[in-house]
Design a protein around this ligand. Structure first.
Ligand code: P6P
Length: 281
């Protein structure tokens, strides 16, 4: 087993435990995360479980979490950046949530070009995990069923886009972004559910575009580079799709802080080009 195998296997093992305990931890309050967002009990509990498992691996040298202010030194090896429970506010309404993991061969902060793997777990009607790795030409989806992990299929992006989900309210995005959203929502079906992992999985299945643009209150958008935008950009670009912050690939965004945010769009390459044409300076 390689270090990457150990990390992916550990994420899958904890994800099975998270799935089994989501209802038990859906209520209750946590504190406030480093991004200033209210935590629920499940955020803190999931982060603890992933930390215990991943920090114990010989191949993990740094644990960085959306739920923790600072990095935790675990010795030598990969830096693991994690959003333990992506979209956790969806739990109250019993809607899908996810876990997003970026595995970096660099100390953080670091750009997505330093990623060697990314994992997107989706706790939906059933639990799946999409894994992109530098040592595997295929992006593979697994079915996590209780303690079992079964390969479901190699992923691919559809040729023709079908869905679009762009966050924010009309009038709180830039005029250029609002105009682009109006255009795309006339061409594509709206799919936006409040958990990035679930919305990106829609794009992987049906083709299209997901985005969280700069909005009033979030001039750099809401999504975090290390835990959300870069790892999912890595997965989508590994499938031949595109990603952008409006001007460049999400993998080229150079964060200076662990919790840096970035405007985020990812999905069909031609649609990403339209985003850059519409929003680029
Ligand atoms: P909003 C979840 O909190 C998250 O970070 C992403 O998973 C999701 O895409 C986005 O924020 C939802 O944000 O402002 O639409 O609730």
């Amino acid at each position: 087993m390689s270090d990457l195998d150990d990390v992916v296997g550990s994420v899958h093992a904890v994800a099975a435990e998270v799935r089994a305990n989501l209802a038990a931890h859906a209520g209750g309050e946590g504190g406030t995360n480093p991004s200033g967002e209210a935590q629920i009990d499940a955020d803190v509990w999931a982060d603890e479980r992933f930390f215990e498992a991943l920090s114990a691996l010989d191949g993990v040298g740094e644990y960085v979490s959306e739920e923790r202010e600072t990095a935790v030194d675990c010795g030598t090896g990969y830096a693991v950046a994690i959003d333990p429970l992506d979209g956790s506010s969806n739990l109250a309404s019993n809607n899908p949530v996810g876990t997003i993991v970026g595995v970096y061969d660099a100390e953080l902060p670091a750009p997505g070009r330093d990623l060697v793997a990314a994992v997107m777990v989706l706790y939906g009607p059933y639990t799946t995990s999409v894994v992109a790795r530098e040592d595997d030409e295929e992006v593979v989806e697994y079915l996590l069923d209780g303690g079992e992990v079964r390969r479901r299929s190699a992923c691919s992006l559809p040729d023709d886009p079908t869905v679009v989900g762009i966050a924010g309210k009309r009038g709180e995005r830039s005029a250029a972004c609002d105009a682009l959203v109006d255009e795309l929502e006339r061409e594509l079906k709206l799919r936006y559910g409040g958990a990035m992992a679930a919305d990106v999985r829609q794009v992987l299945e049906y083709g299209g575009l997901f985005g969280y643009p700069a909005v009033e209150g979030h001039p750099d958008g809401k999504l975090r580079v290390h835990f959300e935008s870069a790892p999912l950009g890595y997965i989508v670009e590994s499938l031949g799709g595109g990603s952008t912050d409006g001007e460049r690939s999400l993998l080229d965004v150079e964060p200076t802080g662990l919790h840096d945010r970035t405007q985020t769009f990812l999905g069909d390459a031609a649609l990403v080009e339209r985003v850059e044409a519409a929003l680029g300076d």
